[in-house]
Design a protein around this ligand. Structure first.
Ligand code: ZN
Length: 1026
């Protein structure tokens, strides 16, 4: 009995002593020179909007949709890192420093005490917390425009620089759906990143790369820059998640490391074995003795301790075991280890589009998803560029409206579940609302800046200008749907209208302006009072319907009396400047606009018709079908048609459906124009149009401007009918007789053109499962094809998906309306509707594309120059004028640059923005690639003094692309990588502009070069050239 009690007490004592022992885990491992090193990278992937809005993600509300709270992640990260100095964490999404305080790191930062801020700064400096990627969001790479990518990255990088004094080293684009050349070389190498990691590449490509151990490459994304803008790029073996069985979020199913021998289910050896097996499996597909484990995923580390507790134990026991070496790491440490291996890597050129994760699952639908939102973002992007210029010319005010909110809203709209169209509807609404708020502030800024510039010969003390400008508020919605209150009401109220036309480009520009008016009893005059030739085009029913519907739906009011005409007239506007025009009530028998000649013709009742009265004519058949393009000796067959793909509802063998991400068609069906519908032909001195009602939900206008040599096609598509239970993806095809040998070219984020070959991939032997979806590519700027004699180019007004599915033909996907979800997480059908009260119908979209033939080798000029005009349209501002007090004083013309100077045709100002302390951010870009155009693909000079005629430049400091470090410092830090032997052959010498002489201040730009400067002005002369 006594012995039994003693044994019991001894056993109890053992248990008690085991329970009270404080276990110290050895987490101090660093890189081991010979063992396999497993770099454990704790991370969280925090979408700035997807299933919930960014605010909901930040505070952790709306949790019935998704249990996610970014505040929890960041709050719990701090004590978890403090608990052990070996622990590390990376954070990616900055999102917002301006007054909206949208989300995530910056928002959290704002809410912290000074004590916490000090601690976090310390964690950053010790390398425990690394801020990587560093943009406001993890932007998509298929559908954003490169200017937006630069802007949003710059905002985030500036915040990090300002608060922490650091520059991110690593690109971390783990979730976007395919990867672009522009991301690799421009938003990678040119912002000073040493490497770039990502999760999603084509499943066939991935399989081959695993076999060949070529998931990690040196990526040269730019033909023009070659090795001078290359980057170490690593695709993960699977996703951006941990190996299976190593998830440690609260409530995760993976087995934890149970190392308390006094408790049941002790499993240290099993877990170590699992770890070693997973590490060895990855080592078998990876070069060098370093592998990275991405320890985290979407919105994880909400209670960071659960992860770190397990990682501490794994590092301790795995290293005790000794077969492999496990360590806390970051992508920077991993990159340095790869670099230190001092070996050659496979070379990668081109890009990683399109992305498919399975045989019938091509993520090429999102190139077009939410086409109206994509257009809205594009319009706002061009507006933001112009608004910053005007703010600079006026001189930034210390208070009052600014561009901050628009910058913010645009930044988060580039997120890979925003502009992509792969977010839930309520989240899309949230992004749109933010853009609308940002726009209204920027609009107020633009109006007051223009008023200042118009009213005074000097911008000094421009406190409260008298002139009140209105713009076509919400340009996208209102002007294009012919709703423009300023131009409609002024003239009908007996007032005259002054119109300021601002040109954000550095070239003098001849263009046309088109505004809706109530009456034709008017005349148009330039600033000298000369009569300007103008044309009236009657507004058709299709536009009236759209106008009243959208005004009711979006503005909640009746549109009022409809305007009768489009007033069209030519304008001539100086570089980075404006011209003014007046539209007056006509007096006496003075000049009036020419009323267009409108004829209605029944299809089949005449022999054909053509439009165009300049160098370009387009002919149509008796049935109204486009047949011939005639221009300057070129006579080309061209046809244009519509069709739709029926969205797959899944098949017996593969349940994959067509949805927001995935394009999976189930057959293609031509849309035959309705036979009885007449054509309307509009002719006038400036433009000719052919109007066609294709069917009850497609309306089209083909337009030729006498002064331009391209065809403009405007479409109204929707509501896409789905009452047959079938989702539809609407496309247009433009067919030529060209022999294009399966080859076509599409742009990368609006910048470099990349060769595409139908049913072919450069990097692997393609198994073709989806002949349409698998040949779709993102188009931001345009698509073109060529034969031995000519080129055929199409430019777009927003991001769309497109392809050349048969020789000589180009196809654009214009609209998508689908009834089922495609199982990639959004859990909603892409079925956009617009409601007036409770009456909802499918979204109607309106847009344009432009096409043109050129002799071979001559097409780039139009694609680049006109493409830039499309991105930066003329900005219009209206002011009512009392007939009796027509302005006689004030500035009627303005150029922000020396009036004797114009930027070269191949150069644009990407950014002109006033910074604190009277400094300015200037980005200049060469628009042409190497070899693209005989005369324009050359190194070109810009004279900074002529760009700033009224200021004296004290210093022009060249910066990295995101302007967070000096260019020279960035280049001196850049890691140098080697590529495998044969790859160096054929590398021609790379051209780059030379250093800028501080006295001469001439900037050289080589093809495709973007150079970023911070300018300091020593003298301010407020007199502006007029
Ligand atoms: Zn994501």
């Amino acid at each position: 009995m006594a012995i039994a009690v003693l044994a019991f007490l001894l056993a109890l004592g053992r248990i008690l002593s085991a329970e009270s022992k404080f276990m110290v885990y050895n987490t101090s491992a660093s890189i081991h020179p010979t063992k396999l090193n497993v770099h454990l990278v704790p991370h969280t992937h925090d979408d700035v909007g997807w299933l919930k809005t960014i605010d909901q993600y930040y505070v952790g509300s709306n949790n019935s949709i998704q249990r996610a709270c970014v505040q929890n992640v960041l709050d719990s990260m701090v004590p978890a890192l403090l608990a052990d100095k070996n622990r590390k964490f990376i954070y990616v999404e900055q999102a917002s420093s301006f007054q909206c305080h949208h989300a995530f790191f910056q928002r959290w930062w704002r809410d912290q005490s000074e004590a916490t801020k000090t601690i976090v700064k310390q964690l950053v400096h010790l390398g425990q917390l690394e801020l990587i990627n560093g943009g406001m969001c993890m932007h998509d790479e298929a559908v954003p425009h490169y200017i937006d990518m630069i802007d949003q990255t710059t905002l985030g990088h500036w915040f990090i620089k300002e608060e922490f004094g650091v520059t991110p080293r690593i690109g971390w684009q783990i979730d976007p759906f395919g990867h672009s050349a522009v991301q690799a070389y421009l938003l990678g190498a040119e912002v000073g990143f040493d490497s770039f990691f990502f999760g999603r590449i084509d499943y066939q490509d991935r399989a081959k790369r695993k076999n060949e151990k070529s998931l990690e490459v040196i990526w040269r994304g730019s033909k023009s820059f070659g090795s001078s803008a290359q980057i170490f790029a690593g695709a993960f073996p699977e996703n951006y998640e941990p190996p299976s069985g190593f998830y440690f979020e609260v409530n995760a199913a993976s087995p934890i490391v149970q190392d308390d021998i006094s408790l049941f289910d002790y499993n240290v050896q099993e877990r170590v074995n699992d770890f070693v097996a997973a590490a060895v499996a990855q080592a078998n597909i990876t070069r060098t003795n370093h592998v990275m484990w991405t320890m985290g995923t979407d919105f994880k580390y909400q209670y960071a301790h659960t992860w770190f507790r397990q990682l501490d134990k794994l590092i301790h026991y795995v290293n005790q075991d000794g077969r492999v070496n496990a360590l806390y790491s970051t992508p920077s440490i991993y990159t340095d280890a790869k670099h230190a291996a001092n070996r050659a890597w496979p070379l990668k050129t081109g890009d990683y589009f399109p992305y498919a994760d399975r045989a019938n699952s091509y993520w090429t639908g999102f190139f077009t998803s939410r086409p109206a939102f994509k257009r809205y973002v594009r319009v706002m992007s061009g507006y933001y560029l112009a608004a910053r210029q005007l703010e600079f010319f006026r001189g930034r005010a210390t208070s009052g409206p600014n561009t901050g909110s628009l910058a913010d809203a645009l930044a988060i709209a580039q997120h890979h579940d925003a502009i992509t169209g792969t977010e839930k509807q309520h989240v899309a609404n949230d992004y749109t609302k933010r853009l609308a708020i940002g726009y209204s502030e920027a609009e107020a800024l633009v109006s007051s800046s223009l008023a200042c510039l118009v009213e005074s010969a000097s911008n000094k003390e421009c406190g409260s200008p008298i002139t009140k400008f209105q713009q076509a508020r919400n340009l996208f919605l209102e002007l294009k749907n012919c709703y423009c209150p300023p131009s409609e009401t002024a003239l009908s109220n007996g007032k005259d209208l002054m119109l300021v036309v601002y040109n954000p480009l550095g070239w003098k520009r001849e263009d046309i302006v088109q505004i809706p008016v109530m009456t034709g009893d008017i005349s148009v005059h330039d600033s000298e009072g000369n009569n300007v030739e103008s044309q009236l085009i009657p507004i058709t029913d299709a536009y009236h319907k759209l106008r009243s519907y959208h005004v009711k739906a979006y503005l909640g009011r009746n549109a009022g009396e409809a305007p009768k005409y489009w007033l069209v007239f030519s304008v001539s506007v100086p570089s980075l400047g404006f011209s003014t025009y007046s539209i007056l009530r006509a007096q006496g028998t003075g000049a009036r606009p020419t009323l267009s000649n409108v004829s209605t013709v029944q299809p089949g009742k005449y022999s054909g018709v053509n439009i165009g009265q300049g160098n370009l004519k387009v002919e149509f058949s008796a049935a109204g079908k486009m047949t011939l393009y005639v221009s300057r000796g070129m006579k080309e067959h061209v046809e244009q048609s519509f069709s739709f793909y029926s969205g797959s509802n899944g098949t017996h063998n593969d349940p994959q459906k067509s949805g927001a991400y995935v394009f999976r068609p189930n057959g293609s069906f031509p849309i035959i124009p309705e036979k009885q519908t007449p054509l309307t032909v509009v002719r006038g001195p400036i433009i000719d149009e052919l109007h066609q009602r294709i069917n009850s939900w497609i309306y089209q206008v083909t337009r030729v401007n006498k002064a331009k040599e391209h065809v403009e096609v405007e479409f109204i598509v929707g509501p896409v009918p789905t009452d047959d239970g079938i989702g539809k993806e609407v496309v247009t095809q433009i067919s030529t007789g060209m022999m294009t040998n399966k080859t076509f070219y599409t742009d990368s984020c609006g910048r470099d053109f990349i060769e595409r070959i139908r049913d072919y991939r450069t990097d692997w032997e393609l198994e073709v499962n989806q002949p349409a979806a698998g040949n779709y590519y993102p188009i931001n700027l345009g698509i073109f094809m060529k034969d031995s004699e000519k080129e055929f180019s199409v430019l777009v007004d927003r991001s769309v998906g497109g392809s050349s599915l048969s020789d000589g033909q180009i196809e654009l996907m214009l609209h998508r309306r689908l009834l089922l979800d495609d199982s990639r997480g959004v859990a909603e059908a892409l079925n956009e509707t617009v409601c007036v009260e409770d009456d909802c119908t499918g979204l109607i979209i309106q847009g344009k594309y432009y096409f043109r033939f050129d002799p071979i080798g001559k097409g780039a000029r139009w694609r680049r120059s006109y493409g830039q005009e499309l991105y930066s349209p003329l900005l219009l501002a209206f002011s009512e004028q009392d007939g009796n007090s027509r302005r006689s004083s004030g500035r009627t013309q303005f150029s922000g640059i020396d009036p004797s100077y114009t930027l070269p045709e191949n150069i644009v100002v990407l950014t002109l923005q006033e910074l604190d302390g009277g400094k300015a951010l200037l980005r200049l870009a060469h628009l042409y690639e190497i070899g693209e155009d005989k005369e324009l693909s050359v190194t070109t000079e810009v004279q900074l003094k002529k760009l700033f005629p009224s200021k004296k430049i004290g210093k022009a400091l060249e910066m990295s692309l995101s302007a967070n470090q000096e260019r020279a410092a960035m280049e001196s830090k850049r890691l140098v990588w080697q590529v495998e032997d044969s790859a160096e052959e054929g590398e021609t010498e790379v051209a780059r502009g030379g250093p800028v002489d501080p006295i001469e201040l001439i900037v050289e730009l080589a093809p495709m070069e973007i150079r970023t400067f911070i300018l300091e002005f020593t003298e301010f002369d407020t007199v502006i050239y007029g």
